[in-house]
Design a binder for this molecule. Sequence first.
Ligand code: DX5
Ligand code: ZN
Length: 222
Amino acid sequence: MIKIAPSILSADFARLGEDIRTVETADYLHFDVMDGLFVPNISIGIPVLQSVRKATDMVLDVHLMITEPVRYVAEFVKAGADILVFHVESQAPDKTQDAIRKVRAMGARVGLSVRPKTQWEILLPYLDSLDLVLVMTVEPGFGGQAFMQDQLPKIAALRREIDRRGIRCELEVDGGINVETARLCVEAGANVLVAGSAVFGAPDRADMIARLRGAAGKDEPS
Ligand code: DX5
Ligand code: ZN
């Protein structure tokens, strides 16, 4: 089953609660955190996450694009993250291991993300301890960018490795997802699709969520 995670980066932050209610048929709610250092943009953080946690029962999929996330992972889980994802490039490997342990000890799910230029093999030492891997299909930092087709082999390689190990690790993609690119990602092996502008820019958001979910083929309305 394909899961859809609307990214609130494309929502109207002055009407965030109402916007969240329009996407509640989705599986996860994607929450992008940027610090202006790891990526050239600044978005939202802990106080907003606390408010969103109070406003919805959706599974909160928090994507940290910040330097040295180990410093903040506990705060984000406390603020309401159900799944906490951070970048493998954002700190030294011992800190990444430490951050994974911290999130798990608090009972939340944990994921690692890779930027487009990062080789997937960097994830190999961590894979058995992850609930999710996130492949960026744009350079992280902004919504509304074009999907990078050259990331498809990375998704396929990770799918093969996850299946070979027989582990329960979800494979999520983020960046430039629309009905067409969703299909390519699902065919390559992704099972969670983040979509910001495609969902929040659609006239009927629930319909767009259903169309993205049907991206693999048969149940997609024509
Ligand atoms: C970008 C963020 C994405 C972003 C995706 O760095 O991580 O989650 O919201 O936006 P779209 O779907 O518009 O590419
Ligand atoms: Zn994201």
